[in-house]
Each structure stands twice: as structure tokens, then as C-alpha cells.
Design a protein around this ligand. Structure first.
Ligand code: SF4
Length: 1017
């Protein structure tokens, strides 16, 4: 394969396919040729297991390398194919995965460290020694000058805000753990990862609604659905191999597949039904479905009554009026949320009315709230024809019976909005009303994007987070007690599990991992050393500070913010204000080269940019051991099949080397608050190059003393790995970096490397890899049975009570010995024990979802009888507001998306993928094209208030003109894959067009609905 050029390979295979088809159709007689037997190409190859590095389907791959393992023989991977044993992919790879070998051997792979001096126009090669020496010195000097030990109030805060760090989304969990320790030891609060740019709203929405912010079911489980709604996602293109389980549902289960999307996309092409929608109006559509279900009494009554907070009574002073909930303060653009709560009884428990008659119970308030979203109004706001909308309502409603389920598949089409978390909340409400959460073939299936972005979210690599979905303390939480009191919930219903009550155990175990023997009861387990936050330092906020010249240094590890952040021109201006930038990446990215003049694609004057840049080459997936977490929370272990190219180092070695030098400098010179730097536990076999295996065991955690059960019997010896999180203690006798990973590497070995693909029922494969939490594959699965333990649908029974404990095809998401009829709710992370139709104070913009227009909206007037059009708590930096456009100048709604052959801005470095999609294009509806005189293949300029891109026009019927509130509206599709680096033809970064406004709960940018103009060039 390596000796055959990719273009030649494609030509040859294309010829073969055409020839074979012609024979099959009977046009030509088959010829039999005597041929020499070719040698089997995998002979003498070494096979190594790994996972695809692109999307979070997490397909299994087999990598074949040459090199016989002798000391000086260097293995080289020459072939990759799908792993037939993998339960999800079963040997399949999509066009992205099929090009992986070209990613490994990409000409853009960096071979050695290089340096760009201030004002220089070129890179200079430097040694690792020089690079790490200089970086350690730069970091220390900046930290020493700018470290904030106490704030203006005299509170100890120990933070360093003048340097920030971005962590990857495809690196292993073990790299992520080291990232966290490195960043937090230094006091970095501007720590973020790709989750900020993709599924932040999912975590906010599903966490507040159900208890955990993750995909509820699994890829294979999609086959169990009767109805599949794909909205806010396009899995046929973005997750092609995962999508096979949608097709499986159609084949085996006669599932009705519906797609609601601004474009008739490739998922729609194989669906049973497609409905168009205006980008940015999804919440109105979904609230219309809620209204339909409630007004037609199409809900699963017993489920709703027993497993949601429908019956709980809300405080009298909670109201909603003119688009605002009670407590709004226009000056601060925020809510006083005190009324967003339940009425309480004398013991402090929430009051409830099991008859659901009380007008103040959650269900009745929801009914009233959603009643404005009539089919007529929904159609006017969304542009979806009313009959199409009603078809979706009726089909979903057909699953309100116990023996039918609908699954909802979504991705960035829902998250990339200022009200992204509320869009997702609305869909979760629909699934609660239909009784589809916890059911095989049901659920809220958030299709995560990057291969390990689920893992990096789990590991707490976000500015105000800690591992395992705990929060980093804030300034006002000055003592451990204050913090734990604030973050440890009390049960809202008597007898509920309220699993977060164990937060002190998870937190103290984390502290023991971070500070080791330095963490003692006397110093509150090193609580003071953790940085405290005063505000969010999410990427949008941090680039705003950077643009103001308030940031000196930035580390971008496996991240290409110039291509990934919104409003590229503004981001580039911000990067130009940095004193130093450190990129750690296997590939040569646009971010590393932001200072280079690339003509229209990046029009800068390098001499004016005084940022010094270090470009450090790292390994890719194929050259490391480690684990990544797929969308369904499966933590899968992979193995290195080759060594890195040239002088590239693994991320762990890069971080380990810099951190070791920093510690040496602090030990020798002292400096600002050296304690957290020196006390951070970094006791690896080789501190400069920690092994993935030792880090993975650290993530799982150990017993630090003999652990006894309630009867005094020793259940775990000192030094043994924790079997699960139930044994954790808050007295310093256990350590665990990430409590939800406890159980991933036990005394029985590495559970993440398991390969038993036995189907225990309904497509469940608990012996393959390991899933958090506690190897449960279907979250909330106790809700698939009624309160008495009888399955709602006997064909979908996944757990059962065996008389003593819960057993079955899956691990019960429930106390193992709480019997049926015990009254314990199935949503064990919620303090009420039930799912939340009313989310209380969990989200900053309201306990019920509401439709608000995108920041850039084509609609001038008000709809829904309210004057508040935009999300009233959206954060608006003046610089960004000045860069917003209106419909007069920019009359078309644009939305960004991905295509099957390409993955974000990575695959353009892979020749096979670059050949398949070589040139940038935009998609324009045929009626708009006709109006503007644009023919297919013409070059067009698409502009927003923030800049322009030029690309070829694909003129299509896939984008329909919509009737929105009496106005004829056209939409434009903008794929975001090209740039000025890589093997594909140079193109514009599509994020040149997009606005820097974020979802109000997670600050995930609004990439999916903004205004543009289109002109023929
Ligand atoms: S990109 Fe996703 S679907 Fe395609 S091979 Fe990779 S993991 Fe599988």
C-alpha cells in the first residue's frame, strides 16, 4: 500500500469496482485469467489493536506493521482495517477510518520541535532540551509575576490567569489526567477542552434533567427502537458506523426513522420521513411536541407519576411572563432563582400531589407553559409545514405505550445555539413524558464528536470543573467544609439514594491522588492548594481577555483553536497579543502558524506579530498505549503499533519533562506559591515520562490503608486497587483521581482491555471494555421496570430482581439490594430520585425550556406574544456585540456542518480524505441560486459581519426555501473542514463567519444559526 500512490490506488480500485459492476449486470463476459498467486499482504505483519481516532463511535481497528520487533527494527504501520470482533463496528470503518493510515503517515506530521521568534517569518529547528528549558523558564517567570495568591477581599485563591491551557479531545485519558495535574498544580484556571466547543450544553441539560450528562444508551441499543428521531445531528455522515444501528432498527424492528434538519442530509436520505426546519428554531419545535403530548394525553401516565417530578409542587411565587421567569434583573442580565423551587414540608422534603390535581404541581405548570406552542405557531416560527410537524408528534406519541420506544439522536445541531442546553432539555422532557428514559431502544443519545471528548469531559478538563463532574471550588468557598456543604446535596424525598451525598468521599480521594502524603486531615487534604475561580475562564471569555492584552501565554495541546473557535479573525487578533504560544500536536496546524501570511486565507503581516511560538511534535493514537471513552461511556484500551516519527514525543513525556524542569526551578529558586507545584503527586517510575499503565491505575485508585466493611472485616488490603467507587472513604484511606473511573483497572487487571463480545441480551456486551459508571451500559435502567419490578415491556427486560439482588443482561443502575416496591427512585443521582421535568435552579435561564431566537435572527418582530426575543441571560461582550449583523445586510440563515469523508480540520492532512473531498464548497438551495444567478460550480462569496469566505457553490434541492412568519427564507450550508494547512487544496476557515456567542449555560458557541449574505464572484 505504501508504494502505491493514493491517487493511483483510487483509480485502480475505481476501475475494479466499475469492472465488477459491469460483469454483475451482465454487460460483459467474465474473463478468467491465469495469475500467479499473490502473497498474502499481511504475512509477517504484526497486528495491534486500537480505536479510530476520529469520532466517538470508537470503532475497533487492527493496525498491521512491519518490523520484527528486533532492537533496531522500526515498525511501520502499512495497513489498517476494522476489527471484526468489535461489538459496535463489527469490522466496518467509514471513509474517515478507512484513511487512518494516511493520517499516521501524513506529510503534515511534525518530526522535531521548532521555534518561531517574535516578528520572524520562519520556523527554526530546536532541540527538545532547548525547547523544554525555555518553556519551563517562560512559564515560571510568567507565573511568578502574575500569580494571584489572595484576591481583593483577602481570600486565598491561588490562581494564575495570565497563562491558559487547552487540552485535546483525541489524546488518551492518561494524558488528560497529566494535563489536569500539571495545570491545576500551576494554578491555571483557564483550562478548557473541546467539550466547550461541542457537547457542553448536553452535560448541562442531561445532568440537570436525569442526573448524568452523558448519552443514556449505547450505539448497538439503537437497534431496539421502534421510532428513531434524528434532530440536531446527522449520524449517517458524522457517525457513519454508529448509524448502522439505525439501519438495523429499520431492518429488524421496522423502526420508523424521522429526520428533522435544515438540510435534507444523508441521514434523511435513508430515513422514512424528513421535515425541514429553520436553523435555530428547534426549541419551538420540541416545545410544540410537548404541548401535543400533553394536550392529546399521549404520555405514559404510570411512568410520569412514579419516575418524574410531575407530582412535586412548585413554590407559589414562581411565575413566567413575557418570556421571563420570576427573578429577572435586567441590569445584571441574570435571575434570582430563589422561587424556582419546590414547596417544602416541615422536615424540608418537597411537597407532592400524587393525584396531579394541584395546579402548582410540575406537570400542570409544564402543561400551561407549553400550551403556547400550538402547531400553527410552531409551523410559523420553524418554517416546518404543519402536517410534517404533526407527523413527528403523532409518531413520537405512538411510543407513549409501555411496549414501544423512541430514541432521540442528536449532536451539535442542538448544542451550537445560545439556548442549546434548553433545546436538549426539551427533548429530554419529551422522553420523560413518553416513558422512554431507561428503556432499551429509548433514551437521549448525545452523539459525542471526537474520539475521547467524553473522556476529557469526565476527567474535569474544563475551567470550573474537577474530575467526575465535581466542581472546582470558587473564591467564596474558603474552607473544605464550606465547599462540601455547598456541593453535597440533601435528599428532597425521604429514602432516596441521592448518590451525590457521597461527594466528600470522591473529593477527598481526589485530593489524596493530587497531593499524596502532603494531603492530611490537618490541612484539609490540601484544599488550599487548589486554585479557586472568580468567574468562568471558558474559551470565549479567555479569548476576550487575550484580545484585551491580558493574557501572556497559551498552551494548545491537540487543539487548533484558530480553526475551531468562532470568529476566526478576532481569534487571530487575540493570539497576536500573546507573548508566547506553545502548541503540542502531531500535525502542523493553522493555530501554530497563525502568524504566517497565507494570502486571502490568513492575511497577516508576520513582522507585526511579536508572539514567540513553540511547535512541539507529539505522537498520534497509533503510537501510544492508553484509553479513550466512546460516546456510550465505554472506556476502551488501545496499544501502540509503531514508534513516533522523527523526534516526536508522547504527550505524557512532553508534559512530564516540562513539569519536572518547573519543579526543579521552584525547588532551587523558590517563587510564587511553590507548594502546589512541589506537592503535586508526580511519583511515576520516570517522572519525565509517566507510563500510561501507571497513570490509568492512578485514575482508578488505590486503598491507602486496609479497608473494612461495616462489620469490621477487611475488604481491601492497603495498596490494592479499588474494585469500584462504593469503597471510597472521606478519611484519606483511599485515593482515586476520577471516582466514576473506579473499577476500570482492578486487582483483576485492566478491565478496559477486555474483549469478550458475548451478547447478554438486547445487544448488551458487558464483557467488552468497561463502561462508567460501574460497567453499566444503559443508564437509569431501573426505569425500564415498573415500581414493582415488572418490565414495562417483557421483550425489553434488561435487568431483573432474583430475590436477593438485581441481575440480568446489564448491571442495574440502582442499589443492588433494594428490592422492587421499596419506593427508591430510579434516578439515583437526583436528590428527588426522579427525572426532572422542572429543573429547579440547575440551569441559569429557567427551570422550563423556552424558545429564544438566535443572537443573529432573520425575524425582526416578536412571536409567541412576548417582547423578549433573545435569551435574556446570554453573555454579551461589547466587542462581540459590535460584530453582530442584521437581516437587512445579511438576509440568509447559515448553518455549519460536517461531511462523511472529513473530520473537522484533521482529515485534510490525510491524503485519501483530501482526495475524496479536495475543495471547499458551500451549499445553496436552488431557488436562492436562481435568484442570485448562481450556477453549480460557480465561485461565491459568503460574508457575515465578521468576515467572508469564498468557495464553490453546490446548488441543491436539499435546502428548501421556508415560510417563516410570512417571510420567504433561504438557508445556506457551510461545511467546516478546510484551511490553509494540510493535503487538501487551501481554503478559508469556515469559522471566519461564525459569531462568538455561547450557550448561556456552557458557553458553547452558536455555530449553527447565524446570518450571512451570498454573492456570485
Ligand atoms: S470516524 Fe467514527 S464511524 Fe468512522 S471509522 Fe472512525 S470511529 Fe468509526
Amino acid at each position: 500500500m505504501t508504494s502505491l500512490g493514493r491517487r493511483a490506488f483510487l483509480v485502480n480500485t475505481g476501475t475494479c469496482v466499475a469492472g465488477a459492476s459491469a460483469v454483475a449486470l451482465g454487460f460483459v463476459a467474465p474473463r478468467v485469467q491465469a495469475q500467479e498467486t499473490r502473497q498474502y499482504k499481511l504475512l509477517r505483519a504484526r497486528e495491534t489493536r486500537n480505536n479510530c481516532t476520529y469520532c466517538s463511535v470508537g470503532c475497533g481497528i487492527l493496525m498491521y506493521s512491519l518490523g520484527d520487533g528486533a532492537k533496531n527494527a522500526k515498525p511501520s504501520i502499512f495497513h489498517i482495517e476494522g476489527d471484526p470482533d468489535h461489538p459496535v463496528s463489527r469490522g466496518s470503518l467509514c471513509p474517515k477510518g478507512a484513511g487512518l493510515v494516511d493520517f499516521i503517515h501524513s506529510e503534515s506530521r511534525l518530526q522535531y520541535p521548532s521555534y518561531r521568534a517574535p516578528g520572524s517569518q520562519e520556523w527554526t529547528r530546536i532541540s527538545w532540551e532547548e525547547a523544554t528549558d525555555r518553556i519551563a523558564r517562560l512559564l515560571k517567570d510568567d507565573r511568578d509575576r502574575n500569580f494571584i495568591q489572595t484576591n481583593e477581599k483577602g481570600e486565598r485563591v491561588n490562581r494564575w490567569i495570565s497563562t491558559g491551557m487547552l487540552a485535546s479531545s483525541a489524546a488518551s485519558n492518561e494524558t488528560g489526567l497529566l494535563d489536569f495535574k500539571f495545570a491545576r498544580a500551576m494554578g491555571i484556571v483557564a483550562l478548557d477542552c473541546q467539550a466547550r466547543l461541542c457537547h457542553g450544553p448536553t452535560v448541562a441539560a442531561l445532568g440537570s434533567s436525569l442526573g448524568r450528562g452523558a448519552m443514556t444508551n449505547s450505539w448497538v441499543d439503537i437497534k431496539n427502537a421502534n421510532v428513531v428521531l434524528i434532530m440536531g445531528g446527522n449520524p449517517a455522515e458524522a457517525h457513519p458506523v454508529g448509524f448502522k444501528w439505525v439501519v438495523e432498527a429499520k431492518i429488524r424492528n421496522a423502526a420508523h426513522v424521522m429526520v428533522v434538519d435544515p438540510r435534507f442530509n444523508r441521514s434523511a436520505a435513508v430515513a422514512d420521513f424528513y421535515a425541514p426546519i429553520r436553523a435555530g428554531s428547534d426549541a419551538a419545535f420540541l416545545l410544540g411536541v410537548v404541548n401535543y403530548l400533553l394536550s392529546h394525553d399521549k404520555i405514559q401516565h404510570e411512568y410520569v407519576a412514579a419516575y418524574t417530578n410531575a407530582a412535586l409542587i412548585v413554590r407559589d411565587d414562581f411565575q413566567f411572563h413575557d418570556g421571563l421567569f420570576t427573578g429577572y434583573d435586567a441590569k445584571t442580565r441574570s435571575y434570582d432563582m430563589s422561587s424556582w423551587e419546590y414547596e417544602r414540608d416541615e422536615q424540608g422534603y418537597a411537597k407532592k400531589d400524587p393525584t396531579l390535581q394541584n395546579p402548582r404541581c410540575v406537570l400542570n405548570l409544564l402543561r400551561e407553559h407549553a400550551s403556547r406552542y400550538t402547531p400553527e405557531l410552531v409551523s410559523q416560527i420553524t418554517g416546518t409545514p404543519e402536517k410534517d410537524f404533526l407527523h413527528v408528534c403523532e409518531t413520537l406519541a405512538s411510543t407513549s405505550v409501555p411496549d414501544r420506544t423512541a430514541t432521540i439522536l442528536f449532536a451539535l445541531g442542538w448544542t451550537h445555539h445560545t439556548n442549546g442546553s434548553q433545546i436538549i432539555r426539551t427533548a429530554a422532557i419529551i422522553q420523560m413524558l413518553l416513558g422512554n428514559i431507561g428503556m432499551p431502544g429509548g433514551g437521549m443519545n448525545a452523539l459525542r464528536g471526537h474520539s475521547n471528548i467524553q473522556g476529557f469531559t469526565d476527567l474535569g478538563l474544563l475551567s470550573t470543573r474537577l474530575p467526575g463532574y465535581m466542581n472546582l471550588p470558587k473564591d467564596s468557598q474558603q474552607t473544605l467544609d464550606t465547599y462540601l456543604q455547598a456541593v453535597t446535596p440533601k435528599a428532597d424525598e425521604q429514602g432516596e439514594v441521592n448518590y451525590w451525598r457521597n461527594t466528600p468521599k470522591f473529593f477527598v480521594s481526589l485530593m489524596k491522588t493530587l497531593w499524596g502524603d502532603h494531603a492530611t486531615a490537618a490541612n484539609s487534604w490540601g484544599y488550599d492548594w487548589l486554585p479557586k475561580w472568580d468567574r468562568s475562564y471558558d474559551m470565549l471569555a479567555y479569548f476576550e481577555l487575550m484580545g484585551q492584552g491580558k493574557v501572556n501565554g497559551y498552551i494548545a495541546q491537540g487543539f487548533n483553536p484558530l480553526a475551531a473557535m468562532p470568529d476566526k479573525n478576532q481569534m487571530r487578533a487575540a493570539l497576536s497579543k500573546l507573548k508566547f504560544l506553545i502548541t503540542i500536536d502531531p500535525l502542523d496546524t493553522e493555530t501554530a502558524n497563525f502568524w504566517q501570511n497565507e494570502g486571502v486565507y490568513n492575511d497577516v503581516n508576520p513582522k507585526e506579530i511579536q508572539t514567540e511560538v513553540f511547535r512541539l511534535p507529539s505522537t498520534c493514537f497509533a503510537e501510544e498505549n492508553g484509553s479513550i471513552v466512546n460516546s456510550a461511556r465505554w472506556v476502551q484500551w488501545h496499544f501502540a503499533g509503531a514508534r513516533p516519527p522523527g523526534e516526536a514525543w508522547g504527550d505524557g513525556r512532553i508534559l512530564g519533562s516540562i513539569f519536572t524542569k518547573l519543579r526543579a526551578l521552584y525547588a532551587k529558586e523558590g517563587g510564587a506559591c511553590p507548594e502546589p507545584v512541589l506537592n503535586m503527586q508526580w511519583n511515576y517510575r520516570d517522572p519525565e515520562e509517566p507510563l500510561a499503565e501507571e497513570v490509568a491505575r492512578e485514575a482508578n485508585g488505590y486503598a491507602l490503608a486496609d479497608i473494612q466493611d461495616g462489620s469490621g472485616a477487611v475488604v481491601l488490603r492497603k495498596g490494592e486497587l479499588l474494585p469500584d467507587f462504593s469503597v471510597m472513604k472521606d478519611d484519606g484511606t483511599t485515593s482515586s483521581y476520577c471516582w466514576i473511573f473506579a473499577g476500570s483497572w482492578t486487582q483483576a487487571g485492566n478491565q478496559m482491555a477486555r474483549r469478550d463480545n458475548t451478547d447478554t441480551g438486547l445487544g448488551n456486551t458487558p464483557g467488552w471494555a468497561w463502561a462508567w459508571p460501574a460497567n453499566r451500559r444503559l443508564l437509569y435502567n431501573r426505569a425500564s421496570l415498573d415500581p414493582q419490578g415488572r418490565p414495562w415491556d417483557p421483550r425489553r427486560q434488561i435487568i431483573e430482581w432474583n430475590g436477593q439482588r438485581w441481575a440480568g443482561a446489564d448491571v442495574a443502575d440502582y442499589p443492588p439490594t433494594s428490592p422492587p416496591g421499596s419506593g427508591v427512585g430510579p434516578f439515583i443521582m437526583q436528590s428527588e430520585g426522579v427525572a426532572r421535568l422542572f429543573s429547579r435552579k440547575a440551569l441559569v435561564d429557567g427551570p422550563f425550556p423556552e424558545h429564544y431566537e438566535p443572537t443573529e435572527s432573520p425575524i425582526a418582530g416578536a412571536a409567541l406574544g412576548k417582547t423578549v426575543r433573545h435569551n435574556p441571560v446570554a453573555r454579551m461582550f461589547p466587542d462581540d456585540v459590535a460584530r453582530m449583523g442584521g437581516p437587512e445586510q445579511f438576509p440568509y440563515v447559515a448553518t455549519t456542518y460536517s461531511v462523511t469523508e472529513l473530520f473537522r480540520h484533521w482529515t485534510k492532512h490525510s491524503r485519501l480524505n483530501a482526495i475524496m473531498q479536495p475543495e471547499q464548497f458551500v451549499e445553496i438551495g436552488d431557488r436562492l441560486a436562481e435568484k442570485l444567478g448562481i450556477a453549480a460550480g460557480d465561485r461565491v462569496r459568503v460574508s457575515s459581519k465578521r468576515g467572508y469566505i469564498e468557495a464553490k457553490a453546490v446548488v441543491t434541492k436539499r435546502l428548501k426555501r421556508l415560510n417563516v412568519l410570512g417571510q420567504q427564507l433561504d438557508q445556506v450550508g457551510i461545511p467546516c473542514h478546510w484551511g490553509f494547512k494540510g493535503a487538501a487544496r487551501k481554503g478559508f476557515l469556515a469559522n471566519t463567519l461564525t459569531p462568538a456567542m455561547g450557550d448561556v449555560n456552557s458557553q458553547t458557541p452558536e455555530f449553527k444559526a447565524f446570518l450571512v449574505n451570498v454573492e456570485k464572484i
